[in-house]
Design a protein around this ligand. Structure first.
Ligand code: AHR
Length: 497
């Protein structure tokens, strides 16, 4: 079988948005404690941050990091995490059935962001709290000084944090959420919170919560009802999606990006519908602030007995394989393809908890296979995102019907082209001819592939680089045509100049 692709600098979608390459740090399991923060670790710096994880975060090419949750934020009191460490309270965390020591809080996170070179994206507790606490947190974080809370920050942390991007709560449509709400209850609270936050700082960028997944019973109406309340006060509505292969239907799993495409397009259509109702010319963007592969039962809060409350227990430390990396690469293709509306995206999460970076307490840090497509896409995507005209053989899936086996997106930057492509069929190789004659490129600068004879191959603390990207010498460019044979279950990135 063969596929043909056409790349033309005129087929622009939108500029590459660096915020597409966000991730997420939640107070959950070992993401913070023994993940990014572990005083006493051999690589810990003066703040207790693991330098090995900081280095991997930079290598991953992360732009923005959402914090502190997730479900955790809906019961969180931000004040618990600031000030002298020995005075910080220990609290029950109902979201993940554990004990929060508050050793790490907003001031530590801000310092960590500065060291990692990332932008913070702060989530507010709109589960158990409301407008006043949101205002307090904003004043503490951003106000220059001369007020009670900004002076307190100066005392604890120093200069204003300048946080621009704020999530108005988390997954409040979910019955598992502490402080779960109806769309109208949530919509009113989010609108009022947003309205008064803008009285302090008009140029904040605010995200209203969309549905927790496109499978939620209220999906579509939740977005509509929430946006009817919040439209004029927010820039974004959130999407969350996790894909797993628990039932062993690998063909459908490999086509997960089809679901992501439809999800984004449905939310855009819903937002535009509300915009039409309101006769508004404003467009609402998507903050895809949680996405990844996630196996197992998503509603599980604890593995142990109910009376067991631990500090930083191991929670959903999924081990990823090559097939998962292909899916992650394809989900990034979907996000990039929607750069005209997706303004922010966060791979959930960063360390240990369904994460590209794994660590052992007191031990090493290593890259999961899913680390690589993220890092490479973040490094190579630049300039304008281009729609790729694709003629591909089909692959049959139970969940999505017949879908294109080859899926691709490209970017174009000042004479340089980057192409990201997957063969998401399990059947066999596909010969792909890519017409790049309209771009003027003549050289293959770099070609990398994620593929393994064993699609379940993985990495571990003892074999951390078993799955790494390989140089893909088979990619040939001649007479304006790039020819390459993509093996079944593979993700490829090619950079041309
Ligand atoms: O990322 C893990 C959890 O998934 C988050 O806390 C929650 O928002 C989502 O359900």
């Amino acid at each position: 079988p063969a596929a043909t692709l056409i790349i033309d600098p005129a087929f622009t979608i939108a500029p590459v948005n660096r915020r597409t390459f966000g991730t997420f740090v939640e107070h959950m399991g070992r993401c913070v404690y023994t993940g990014i923060y572990e005083p006493g670790h051999a690589t810990a710096d003066e703040d207790g941050f693991r330098k090995d994880v900081l280095e991997l975060t930079r290598e991953l090419g992360v732009s923005v990091v959402r914090y502190p949750g997730g479900n955790f934020v809906s019961g969180y009191r931000w004040e618990d995490g600031v000030g002298p460490r020995d005075e910080r309270p220990r609290r029950l965390d109902l979201a993940w059935h554990s004990i929060e020591t508050n050793e790490f809080g907003l001031d530590e996170f801000s310092r960590w962001c500065a060291k990692a070179g990332v932008e913070p994206m702060m989530a507010l507790n709109l589960g158990t709290r409301g407008v006043q606490e949101a205002l307090d947190l904003l004043e503490y974080s951003n106000h220059p000084g001369g007020t009670a809370l900004s002076d307190l920050r100066e005392q604890h942390g120093g200069a204003p944090y300048g946080i621009k991007l704020w999530c108005l709560g988390n997954e409040l449509d979910g019955p598992w959420q502490v402080g779960h709400k109806t769309p109208t209850e949530y919509g009113r609270l989010a609108a009022e919170t947003a309205r008064v936050m803008r009285m302090v700082e008009p140029d904040l960028e605010l995200v209203a919560c969309g549905s927790s997944s496109s499978r939620m019973p209220l999906f579509g109406t939740w977005e509509r009802d929430v946006l009817r309340e919040t439209y004029e006060f927010v820039e974004y509505i959130s999407c969350h999606a996790y894909y797993g292969n628990d039932d062993g239907d690998t063909d459908s799993f490999l086509a997960s990006a089809v679901n992501m495409d439809r999800f984004i397009e449905s939310v855009v259509a819903t937002a535009d519908h509300v915009g039409a109702e309101l006769k508004s010319s404003k467009k609402i963007g998507i903050s895809f602030d949680e996405w990844n592969v996630w196996y197992g039962d998503r509603s599980r809060r604890t593995d142990g007995p109910h009376d067991q409350w631990e500090v930083a227990p191991r929670r959903i430390e999924d081990e990823y394989n090559v097939t998962d990396a292909v899916v992650v690469g394809n989900l990034l293709i979907s996000l990039l393809r929607h750069s005209d509306r997706v303004g922010v995206a966060c791979l959930a999460q960063l360390a240990n908890v369904i994460a590209p970076i794994m660590t052992e307490p007191g031990g090493p840090a290593w890259r999961q296979p899913t680390f690589h497509p993220f890092a490479i896409t973040s490094r190579l995507a630049a300039g304008q995102v281009l729609r790729v005209e694709t003629d591909s053989p089909l692959t049959t899936t139970d969940k999505y019907g017949d879908v294109a086996a080859i899926d691709a997106v490209a970017t174009y930057d000042d004479g340089k082209v980057a192409i990201f492509a997957v063969n998401r069929s399990t059947d066999g190789p596909i010969e792909v001819t890519i017409d790049v004659s309209r771009t003027g490129v003549t050289t293959v600068a770099e070609a990398l592939i994620m593929h393994n004879e064993d699609p379940l191959a993985t990495n571990s603390a003892t074999d951390p680089d078993h799955v790494v990207p390989q140089q893909f010498d088979a990619a040939k460019l001649a007479d304006g045509k790039l020819t390459v044979t993509l093996p079944a279950i593979s993700w490829t990135a090619v950079s041309l100049s």
